[in-house]
Ligand binder design. Structure first.
Ligand SMILES: [Fe+2]
Length: 228
């Protein structure tokens, strides 16, 4: 029986295996570096659009990882959470500045356009290999636990857990952060509002400890007192 299609035994096959393993490790490192670069580049884009949003995203990623670990999320899901927290508002690059920066309340038409940002973010991120799951988590980061959110009106566990986490910490961070046109809420008031909306707007399982606040702000290069 001809066996010319069977590869000849390699001389020193253990060193061949070692070289293969090294090659796989190098490819994994390259993929990981590329992934990090893409995240950083998109985050820079957010900074260019609105610096405050960029810092907000960095803080959210730090906070999200702490909440995710507390909830026992697996490593792959934590990686998606980090991306979703950092880039949840990437779709805002497609929203006109006249709406993004409007200090007054948005009219219904403007609000409808603003709500498109989660779909815009999904549409961009889903095209990148390895970011498909995070794109879906971003798509649903404005769903409400009681089904009154957007874009799909999902309820409870229908909403991806990463989206539920981003939703809570995003709302909290927005409440305590000061804007040019309004001062952030005191921490305790923000916590009270979160608790009030727990089970309606927010997943009651997602919470975080007050002790996390300072380390989170410090890790994002800000301090509680400068941000509030
Ligand atoms: Fe958003």
């Amino acid at each position: 029986m001809p066996n010319d299609h069977i590869p000849a035994p390699m001389e020193g096959s253990s060193s061949f295996a070692a070289r293969e393993s090294l090659h796989v490790k190098q490819l994994e490192a390259q993929t990981s570096a590329l992934r990090s670069s893409v995240i950083c580049a998109f985050n820079q884009l957010l900074d260019l659009k609105d610096l405050n949003t960029g810092v907000h995203s960095t803080r959210l990623a730090e906070w999200g990882m702490r909440v995710g670990r507390e909830l026992g999320l697996e490593e792959a899901e934590l990686q998606n959470l980090e991306v979703a927290a950092l880039l949840h508002d990437i779709g805002k690059v497609g929203i006109p500045d006249s709406i993004l920066r409007k200090p007054e309340r948005l009219d219904p038409e403007e609000y409808a356009l603003m709500k498109k940002h989660s779909e815009y973010g999904w549409a961009v991120l889903r095209m990148l290999p390895g970011f498909e799951r995070a794109a879906l988590d971003i798509l649903h980061h404005h769903e409400s636990f009681d089904g009154k959110g957007y874009p799909a009106g999902l309820t409870g566990a229908e909403i991806p857990v990463v989206s539920r986490i981003v939703c809570v910490i995003d709302a909290f961070d927005a409440m305590v952060s000061s804007r040019p046109y309004r001062k952030g809420l005191p921490y305790q008031e923000a916590v009270r509002r979160l608790n009030e909306a727990s089970g309606t707007q927010f997943d009651p399982v997602v919470s975080f400890a007050e002790s996390e606040m300072s380390p989170v702000f410090a890790a994002a290069g800000t301090s509680v007192s400068s941000a509030l």
